[in-house]
Design a protein around this ligand. Structure first.
Ligand code: BT5
Length: 257
């Protein structure tokens, strides 16, 4: 049985659909994309099939965390270098800045992981659907650990953390979500206009792996080793590869050596 309620965030005029349990808030948004309006937010208490990129599992059985998807329909025509491809990076910067309110200094791991002292606290997943060449909608999914025990974190196959463990206090999920959305939408229009350049400076400052030796694993699993140099104006990673060549990488996963 699915329970839901719609909370309105008055200052923003946002609609939030709050589901008790769902397979994945991203899947829900993609299934219902035609009937959901621009800026509709979907949150769930639990997800039974929460996922990340490449169908990796997102651990989502613990309530009082953020399992959230934003339906975004900013335009129909998607041009070259569209800011859509950087929306997850924009959200990662917003999350980092919002965490400062809790006195937590987070860092970024390209393309869009949010870490605290090397442990992952949030992950982002963007998925879009097209009708021919026209955008039907973009779904921006965010998983943020707010209230987990060390035992809950043990099932995650990489170092992970949760806001309550960092602050020593339980975190109120609804006020976290409304504060985060407020911050996200207060810069969203400007971000759409300027794209990655709008956040490049903050994104670069928080990318603590820059200057270090890293391995980049592409989505097709090929590996390149080199020094992480910087980002292009479109959010791609610039790597000084060990082969002596400079490479511009649009997608992949990085590990520090
Ligand atoms: C991500 O993928 O980090 C994107 C995660 C997006 C989750 C949200 S929740 C709401 C919406 N609905 C969905 O179904 N998804 C979105 P990726 O970069 O592929 O990283 C996945 C990896 O993160 C996993 O393989 C684990 O190593 C790790 N992981 C899984 N659950 C985690 C958790 N709760 N906290 C920290 N790390 C986790």
């Amino acid at each position: 049985m699915k329970h839901y309620s719609i909370l309105f965030l008055k200052s923003l005029d946002l609609k939030i659909l709050n589901l008790n349990e769902v397979d994945s808030t991203n899947n829900y948004a993609l299934r219902n994309l035609s009937s959901l309006s621009d800026r509709q937010v979907i949150v769930a208490e639990k997800q039974t099939r929460g996922h990340g990129r490449l169908a990796r599992k997102w651990v989502s059985h613990v309530p009082e965390n953020v399992y959230m998807s934003l339906v975004l329909k900013p335009f129909r025509e998607v041009k070259e270098h569209s800011p859509l491809t950087n929306l997850t990076q924009y959200m990662s910067v917003v999350i980092c800045e919002f965490l400062l309110k809790y006195n937590v200094h987070a860092e970024l791991k390209w393309p869009n992981d949010v870490l605290v002292k090397g442990a992952k606290i949030a992950g982002l997943l963007g998925e879009s659907t097209f009708q021919g060449i026209l955008l039907k909608g973009y779904v921006l999914g965010a998983g943020i650990n707010l209230n987990m025990t060390p035992d809950d974190l043990k099932v995650i196959d990489q170092p992970a953390t949760s806001l309550n463990l960092l602050t020593g206090n339980p975190v109120n999920r609804d006020s976290f979500i409304s504060g985060l959305l407020d911050k996200f939408f207060s810069g969203y229009d400007q971000f759409l206009e300027k794209g990655f350049l709008h956040i490049k400076e903050q994104y670069t400052k928080k990318s603590t792996f820059l200057g270090k030796k890293i391995t980049v694993t592409s989505l097709l699993k090929s590996r390149t080793i080199g020094i992480a140099k910087n980002f292009t104006d479109y959010g791609s990673l610039i790597l000084a590869a060990d082969s002596g060549k400079e490479k511009i990488i649009k997608a992949g996963d990085i590990t520090c050596l």
